[in-house]
Design a protein around this ligand. Sequence first.
Ligand code: FAD
Length: 604
Amino acid sequence: MAEYPIHEYDVLVVGAGGAGLRAAIEASASGAKTGVVTKSLLGKAHTVMAEGGMAAAMGNVDDRDNWRVHFADTMRGGQYMNNCRMAELHAKEAPARVKELEAWGAIFDRTKDGKILQRNFGGHRYPRLAHVGDRTGLEMIRTLQDHGIHQGIEFHMEATILTLLKDGERCVGAFGYDRERGRFKLFHAKAVVLATGGIGRAYQITSNSWEYTADGHALAYNAGAALLDMEFVQFHPTGMVWPPSVKGILVTEGVRGEGGVLKNKDGKRFMFDDIPENYRSQTADTPEEGWRYVQGDKSARRPPELLTRDHVARCINREVKAGRGSPHGGVFLDIAWIKEKLPNSVEHIKKKLPSMYHQFKQLADLDITQEPMEIGPTTHYAMGGIQVEGDTQMSSVPGLFAAGECAAGLHGANRLGGNSLSDLLVFGKRAGEYAAKFAKERGAGKIDMAHVDTTAKLALEPFERGAAAENPFAVQQELQESMQKLVGIVRVENEMQRALEIIAKLKSRAAQAGVGGHREYNTGWHTALDLDNLLTISEIVALAGIERKESRGGHFRDDYPERSAEFAKVNLRISKGADGKPRIERVPVVPLTEDLTHAIEEQK
Ligand SMILES: Cc1cc2nc3c(=O)[nH]c(=O)nc-3n(C[C@H](O)[C@H](O)[C@H](O)COP(=O)(O)OP(=O)(O)OC[C@H]3O[C@@H](n4cnc5c(N)ncnc54)[C@H](O)[C@@H]3O)c2cc1C
């Protein structure tokens, strides 16, 4: 039996994005010895890329806002697939979490009277997103790190967890390697919180960072935890489409929140042509009313560009397919037009959307204060993830918690923009709190060293096969192309079946992947190890996509274009069967209480 350095914690947090840091702060504040493992350097987690803001019904800009409206918006946006308890907790607790972040040093944009400024975003009835220009994620990470670093939390940067360790049914730690030297690390913990983010790297066109290889989803699934709602993948309507090297990079919804409009190649604002019935009463009738809305006129309704992401993405797709797209396969997003309305539009755009201004100037040589951008849908967010209990964030494996994008429940079939950053704070805190509580109540479990040794042996096999064996990058690329083409924004059964066949072949090839060189910073090796997670989760997305025979939220079936009353009642729960294969069950959606039903009806 090999020997590995062992790190002992009460609570081990995997991930140093918003959810992981908030969980670690809470666990550590309650006296638990806390460690954080992150694949990248501290400060580089994907959350740092978040732009538009965090949603919290503080009512600073429109005092009609309150938790009930936020709750109803979240449920409608998620097409009632949400765990309503999580949506309730989120709407109630987000304002306190934002104010707490401010007390810890976050410098938000301000209203004229000094309150935290809130901006419009798709699907939110009132201006609700607390923000720092279009760099909100950076401010969030900076603040959480500053706060957390002084609490004695231990960080393991550039370390990747390969497997979770169990003692019987209970999770008791994790095993992985450090990327810098390629040496193994063993973590013995009384409770583990997964906060590993999303799955976007399973697709070819994505706004997601390199870290998003579905690790947490696969770690939990392989450890016996159930996943939920994996068919619901969000394709954000506005990613860059040109030049090719930057395809997929996000263009924040904040552009539309500040008055940006979508046009086809004929200059037509096509979003007015397709307003879903359940949003009609909340949507502007004319461009003039839409403009008044983004300027803060409380009597106006929001422009159709601020409908939910799933809908806007499909409308863009339709324009492109009908031959009315832009030269590079997208449509136009125009914020420059506001010069007709605002004499200081150039300064205004640069102040409100500084990152977007620089992003287009530097990457596409385009001045967004003068010209429209070319944009198209990009894989953005996984609504599905690890099934958790709403209050505590514990998964179906005792001692294993999950928070942030890798957890499921809050967003249902479609996430509203801004609801992720608030999700990280609300449920990161809860996961940390309950993981610490769990740790206090239990002794340390026993590590299964045989499992550790097998994992280490398997992890080193790509070196034994050598560089002449299967190329891990080629396998990853083929997977991404297949998922994009066959399990993308518009799905049909035979294409998803085809994806499953391809994935099965890619799994065999991935098992033969080899690498040359040594263990220090070997990206080929890292990719070979990530493949298993990407393939496992891609298969599950395709299976769940086939099972849900209807169109809802992020899941659009060309062969079942309508919503179905039967599927309206169920979430899809996937766990590993005794034969090692994914097992899908239909489980009833968490029922609404009387009060929550009223909260929804009040907004109709
Ligand atoms: C460009 C962009 C802009 C966005 N803007 C907004 C916005 O304005 N508002 C909003 O609400 N949402 C926004 N989102 C979504 C939001 O940013 C993410 O959903 C959120 O940041 C995810 O946070 P997280 O803490 O769950 O994960 P992350 O921030 O991604 O952190 C994941 C962590 O897990 C670590 N990790 C992963 N796997 C392993 C492993 N195997 N071992 C060890 N560590 C591991 C990573 O290294 C990282 O530290 C945006 C997303 C993008 C792409």
